[in-house]
Design a protein around this ligand. Sequence first.
Ligand code: SF4
Length: 270
Amino acid sequence: MTPMTSPKPLAELRALPHLSVSQLKTFIQCPRKYALAYVHGVAPQFRPIALAFGTAWHEAVGFHLTASTKAQQAERNEVKTIFRERLSIAVEGDATPVLFDDDEDLGKVIDHGIKMLDVFLDRLPIPERVIGVELPFSLEIVDPEFGDVLEVPLIGALDALVIHDGRPAVLELKTAKKKWSTDQLEYDLQPTAYAMAAEQLGYDNPDVVLLVATKTSKPDVQIERLVRTKADRDDLAVTAQSVTAAIAAGIDHPIRGWACRGCPYAHACR
Ligand code: SF4
């Protein structure tokens, strides 16, 4: 893959034809779900609370990382306020209803998120310098065997790009019900795209540090330094080429299983 020129703001990138890691994963999980969401433009029946939670989490942690002084970083009340406000807005201010898990409501989710933030901020490695948060990228995808260039770029945004221990590092922020499995750590496509995006921005051979805040009753943080090689980059390119070809061919078969129970598009899946 070859780096593209300096990326535009993410909103502009999204307005143009593109592919994202999230779209790739959706297609791989269920081609019917991809078709309903991205080809037919079906409105989801609900938004899982995990999505709203993740958005509020990114904003709060991003605020913390970009605080201009150590004293501001030590002051957590503002971070918690941002989390509380963003999550409330995401849940109450959106036309699409948010679906909570069993026995949950907004108050309980906020309270647990605040506990998670305390644990997370205690464990978050303090970088020497924060280059930026939510940095957009746009990558040209080239087939590693035949050299074909994908018609659309792979776009996204780095959660955070920092200098830590004298080295460039991408921080990937996740919230999840449990820790990532060994297979996720090894094969997930997003860290691969993030490593490439950092290189595009001029930071060669960056570390990719995964920070998973778990929503377990006793919150925890999984911190992993991920390794992504040329083989991983080639896998991402081949996957993107293959999925794009399948989409163009109209492949949209359903994958029925456990994921259907929490699928926001099940109402339109016949
Ligand atoms: S209900 Fe199941 S098969 Fe249908 S789109 Fe959703 S995940 Fe796919």
